[in-house]
Design a protein around this ligand. Structure first.
Ligand code: PEP
Ligand code: MN
Length: 353
């Protein structure tokens, strides 16, 4: 961190800034230029320090030099992280597709959707048992019963499961069924939950908060990683903007930006990012072209009967067409679709490389 003093700052003001820095346990190195003095702060700083120094007399501005996120940053881990889920590798040059219902509903619909996405080439089955809803009057998921239905779908198809956990108290039971734990957009700053999943050894798909800057999103990943779990998969799912024709604004910029800043794999969710089924395919392809390591897509055998997010859910036919186009694009990009996973094996589960 560098404190830039005003051109008219007095030597006494410079000395007071330097002594404040030392008082906080850092080294202070003043550099006297022709026009002004800057004071370098040496040591592992915290973000709020900027504001604390900015208000001192004689200070013009404070500049940050190193990243506020460390564990998630390429500064400390230059190589791409690849996360293993059974035989599946997330990150590292293959495209992985996670697909299924927004929320688990009936056994018949869930199993039929699971079979359909597997047939089309999906690698992971998604489905929410615990649903975060804006209104408490909306369907909040079948909870434990939903987890049982997911376990049944996994047993039948062999597809690994991704499902959301909302409450730190449910992490254990959700982790019994889930191969990947999902942290939803609304929980991007639920630090108790982030820390709790950080204490498991499951891969965590961390959705970007709909209001979160890219930096806040990486700091959320940092919260998980600070507890020892480095198996974090970032997921861009759209942010709130002034636009109302789509449900959210899918932020394609975020994909190459976080790929550049962070070594963690990045998945795109064009279903929530657009909120309209007919926008899902073009935005999915754009996200992969922009560098995403994979997709999270909502599919339902009967979107009209979905208990949540039917308007953005693809039919199996539309999902199959998306997969066909994705296959062509992925080959052309030199990042082909990941080979199909035959069975979820315990081998390599949750390993990281
Ligand atoms: C979901 O994946 O169904 C979901 C609720 O997503 P988000 O947290 O991105 O809104
Ligand atoms: Mn949904």
């Amino acid at each position: 961190m560098i404190v830039v003093m005003r051109a008219d700052a007095t030597p006494k003001e410079v000395e007071l800034v330097a002594s404040k820095i030392r008082e906080l346990g850092y080294q202070a190195r003043p550099i006297h230029g022709v026009e002004r003095t800057v004071v370098c702060v040496l040591g592992q700083v915290y973000p709020e320090l900027m504001d604390e120094l900015l208000v001192l007399d004689g200070v013009e501005t404070v500049l940050r030099v190193s990243k506020p996120y460390k564990l998630a940053s390429r500064e400390v881990h230059p190589m791409d992280t690849v996360i293993r889920v059974g035989d599946l590798r997330i990150g590292g040059g293959h495209i992985v597709v996670m697909a299924g219902q927004c929320s688990v509903d009936t056994v018949d619909y869930t199993l039929a959707t699971a079979r359909a996405v597997k047939r089309a080439g999906a690698h992971v089955l998604r489905g929410g048992a615990f649903k975060p809803r804006t209104s408490p009057h909306s369907f909040e998921g079948h909870g434990k019963k939903g987890l049982e239905i997911l376990a049944q779908a996994k047993a039948e198809t062999g597809l690994p499961i991704i499902t959301e956990v909302l409450d730190p108290r449910d992490v254990e039971i959700v982790a019994e069924v889930a191969d990947i734990l999902q942290i939803g957009s609304r929980n991007g700053q639920n630090f108790a939950l982030l820390k709790e999943v950080g204490r498991t050894d499951k891969p965590i798909l961390l959705k970007r908060g709909m209001w979160a800057t890219m930096e806040e999103w990486l700091l959320a990943a940092e919260h998980i990683m600070s507890q020892g779990n480095h198996k974090v998969i970032l997921c861009e799912r759209g942010i709130r903007t002034f636009e109302t024709n789509t449900r959210f604004t899918f932020d394609v910029n975020a994909i190459p930006w976080v790929k550049r800043e962070s070594h963690l794999p990045v998945i795109a969710d064009p279903s929530h990012g657009t909120g309209r089924w007919y926008l899902v395919e073009p935005v999915a392809l754009a996200a992969v072209a922009a560098g995403a390591d994979g997709l999270l897509i909502e599919v339902h055998v009967s979107p009209d009967h979905a208990l949540s997010d039917g308007a953005q859910s693809l039919t199996p036919e539309n999902f199959t067409r998306l997969m066909e186009r994705l296959r062509v694009l992925a080959e052309a990009l030199g990042r082909p679709l990941h080979p199909e996973v035959a069975q979820t094996s315990a081998r390599g589960n949750g390993q990281i490389s």
